[in-house]
Design a protein around this ligand. Structure first.
Ligand code: FBP
Length: 272
């Protein structure tokens, strides 16, 4: 039994995390194709779909989410995953770093979080610093009985300057990042799709049953997206953490219906 097994952010062992931290990571440009997605309450509503097992928010929107739930008497909103660190594209840095701006204590006690998330840029010049921060996050999360999801995104000079690696979606790199989640005590790792099912198999081989979820990426056609998600589920993946492929759609419900069947019932998209 692992810490996450009885968590509300999983359903029958799998998860669909609706990520909505893009206003920090990318800025308002991510809302341009669908202007109503700049309004957090629009995405909070989307998160009420049955398929969604958690909504991932930065502190400010997490506070807003809890207030919105109270004001609208929303008893069945998605469980809340508070993203503890984040960074903007405005900053000029020597390498990737994601500073922490919410403590586990605040997430647990003030926001009544159901889980916490932390981005780890292994391979960056700032990897050591992030390991130390993650250590504190992981230990505090254990005290508050909160599962920890690691956004495991190896990137930076250590990857760029190593001739053995082709980039951050190289299966060797993605699998190494996923393994770090197991080693450092995460309950779930969120990884970039390495391009093929064989690549995701490599991820699964590295983590000994630790929960894995695929990171959504930029918006694609429904068919291509569902195919990639299914290819991870078929080899032991545990679902998806997705933002743009949901909130950049005019009607996200149709895709969420299909994702529900693929992730929680293992349905091949060809049969939908
Ligand atoms: P998407 O499904 O839109 O890719 O969101 C997943 C996510 O991890 C978000 O939580 C985060 O904002 C974004 O991707 C970061 O992406 P990147 O660092 O690759 O630009």
């Amino acid at each position: 039994m692992r810490h996450i097994d009885d968590s509300p952010i999983t359903r029958d062992g799998n998860s669909l995390i609706l990520a909505y931290d893009h206003g920090t990571e990318h800025g308002p440009v991510d809302f341009e194709p669908m202007p109503k997605s700049a309004d957090p309450t629009h995405v909070f509503e989307v998160g009420r779909h049955d398929a969604v097992t958690a909504i991932a928010l930065q502190k400010g929107n997490a506070e807003y989410y809890r207030a919105w739930e109270r004001e609208n008497d929303v008893g069945d909103g998605a469980p809340l995953l508070v993203k503890l660190n984040g960074n903007s594209n405005l900053a000029k840095r020597d390498d990737y770093y994601s500073p922490k701006q919410c403590s586990v204590r605040y997430a647990a006690e003030e926001l009544d979080a159901d889980a916490v998330g932390y981005t780890m840029y292994a391979g960056s010049l700032h990897e050591d610093e992030m390991w130390k921060e993650f250590r504190d996050v992981q230990e505090a999360a254990r005290k508050h009985n909160l599962p920890v999801v690691m956004w495991s995104y190896p990137r930076g000079k250590g990857i760029q300057e190593n001739d053995e690696y082709t980039g951050q979606e190289d299966p060797d790199v993605v699998a190494y990042g996923a393994r770090l989640g197991l080693e450092l005590g995460a309950d779930m790792v969120k990884c970039k799709y390495p391009g093929t099912q064989a690549g995701w198999q490599q991820v699964e081989d590295a983590v000994s049953g630790l929960k894995t979820v695929m990171s959504g990426g930029s918006k694609r056609s429904d068919d291509a997206f569902l195919e990639d998600v299914y290819s991870t589920i078929a080899v032991g993946g545990n679902g998806l953490a997705v933002g743009r492929n949901i909130f950049q759609r005019e009607d996200p419900e149709g895709l969420l219906d299909d994702l529900e069947r693929v992730i929680f019932e293992g349905t091949d998209p060809a049969e939908l």
